[in-house]
Design a protein around this ligand. Structure first.
Ligand SMILES: Cc1cc2nc3c(=O)[nH]c(=O)nc-3n(C[C@H](O)[C@H](O)[C@H](O)COP(=O)(O)OP(=O)(O)OC[C@H]3O[C@@H](n4cnc5c(N)ncnc54)[C@H](O)[C@@H]3O)c2cc1C
Length: 396
């Protein structure tokens, strides 16, 4: 059995794996192989859609310590790709005054204060003055951050992969990794298209990561939820383009978010955390009409112009570590295996995560503050509480 040798192997050509391949193959950091079980750009992972929200407004300073760099790195990739990937629309966080959702927004404010990032806070009257389509209760509070917006996640993933290939990376599609041998100096990867060796492995396997992580003695479990997004038609799409209407998140028992017209002639609305727990085998691809009705009924209340006909709905998967924070770093007990888990909110950070992983693999360190996301942290342990199973009241 001949074993072909590379410097780095990346499992997964989704948003995170493609970004890692781009940064690993940049600046002559050695030969990179990407193994993707399906065709690149397939619709079954977590990165196949028109848009993902990008924002500075986060519940913890460990994120606002990174968001400015994420924006800067996206700018670099856009310049290399000659393509716009980040569209700024402004970002709104909304809640009822004094509610648990309002407490979450206060955390956002504190995180941005810690990073010196500007934002505005105002009430329902000012919200309606700026965007008259909002039909919110009078006690609604708003936090506005001008740099909020969207990442074209499908285009960003394709651009990273295209640039990585141009820089010499090899992408093997229909290449399922079924086993990994990990040692102090490198790895051997067994796949449906042969056996490959490398000095390091970067695992960005998304919702399929559980099996391989277990085989590598990973200390942390992952749970999966099936999520769903809806695209609703609007009477006048021109009124709701990103240059005229912001992305928004409504914070209450259910967090509902919206993205203006992009990619479809429709607006996008979804609930964060449907709570439908699945496995890679039981995950379905047929959208649930009840979920669509739940979301549309909510929108009909506060933003009726967005509660149009269903243009498109699609399912997707969250890969959830116990504390629902990102996972980035070397896998304990496997010095040459590096892992990233998106926890359902890594689209905005994809290029930064890819860069940090490439730095860790090739330099042994990175200037990006990713230590809080280490795979060995106690909050990930099997006996740690699964925070995503707790309601918003318990979390704030
Ligand atoms: C509905 C929804 C909304 C979201 N909204 C936002 C948002 O607004 N903002 C934000 O920042 N983030 C958001 N996210 C999160 C973001 O999309 C994900 O964190 C990100 O796309 C994860 O990328 P990934 O590369 O880890 O996973 P994936 O795209 O799933 O890629 C993993 C890849 O690995 C491959 N693979 C797995 N196992 C193997 C194997 N054994 N051999 C070979 N290949 C393998 C898979 O085929 C797949 O292509 C959202 C996610 C969902 C589901």
């Amino acid at each position: 059995m001949s074993v072909v040798r590379y410097d780095h192997i990346v499992i997964g050509a989704g948003a995170l794996g493609a970004a890692a391949a781009y940064w690993l193959s940049a600046a002559g950091r050695g030969r990179t192989l990407v193994c993707e079980q399906f065709a690149a750009g397939h619709p079954w992972g977590s990165s196949d859609d028109h848009s993902r929200i990008i924002r500075h407004a986060y519940h913890s300073p460990i994120y606002t310590a990174l968001t400015p760099s994420a924006y800067r790195l996206w700018g670099e990739v856009e310049a290399r790709a000659g393509e716009r990937l980040l569209i700024r629309s402004g970002g709104l966080d909304l809640a009822r005054e004094g509610s648990a959702g309002h407490d979450v927004m206060r955390l956002y404010g504190r995180s941005m204060d810690a990073a010196g990032l500007p934002y505005e806070e105002f009430g329902a009257a000012e919200l309606r003055r700026r965007w008259p389509d909002w039909h919110v209760p009078d006690d609604t509070v708003a936090l506005y951050q001008a740099e909020g917006g969207l990442i074209d996640i499908r285009a960003a993933t394709a651009a990273h992969l295209r640039l990585a290939t141009r820089q010499g990376a090899q992408v093997l599609e229909e290449c399922l990794v079924h086993d990994v041998e990990s040692g102090d100096d490198g790895v051997v990867v067994h796949t449906s298209r042969g056996t490959f060796a490398a000095g390091a492995l970067v695992m960005c396997a998304g919702s399929w990561a559980g099996g391989l992580l277990d085989r590598l003695g990973s200390p942390f479990p992952l749970e999966l939820t099936q999520e769903q997004v809806q695209y609703f038609t609007v009477d006048d799409a021109a009124r709701f383009t990103p240059d005229r209407f912001p992305i928004w998140i409504w914070h209450a028992d259910h967090e509902i978010y919206g993205i203006p017209v992009y990619g479809e002639r429709a607006v996008k609305v979804a609930r964060d955390m449907t709570g439908k727990f699945v496995t890679p085998e039981t995950r379905g691809h047929i959208p649930d009409p009840a979920e669509t009705e739940f979301v549309r009924a909510f929108v009909r209340e506060i933003l009726p112009a967005w509660a149009g006909e269903l243009a498109l709905a699609k399912t997707c998967v969250y890969d959830l570590p116990r504390d629902r924070e990102l996972v980035i770093g070397a896998l304990p007990g496997n010095p040459r295996v590096f892992v990233a888990v998106g926890a359902g909110h890594a689209g905005k950070f994809a290029t930064l995560i890819g860069r940090a992983l490439a730095d860790l693999v090739t330099e042994g360190g990175t200037p990006y503050a990713v230590e809080p996301f280490s795979p060995g942290r106690p909050g990930l342990a099997a006996d740690a509480p699964a925070l995503y199973r707790l309601g918003i009241r318990e979390l704030t």
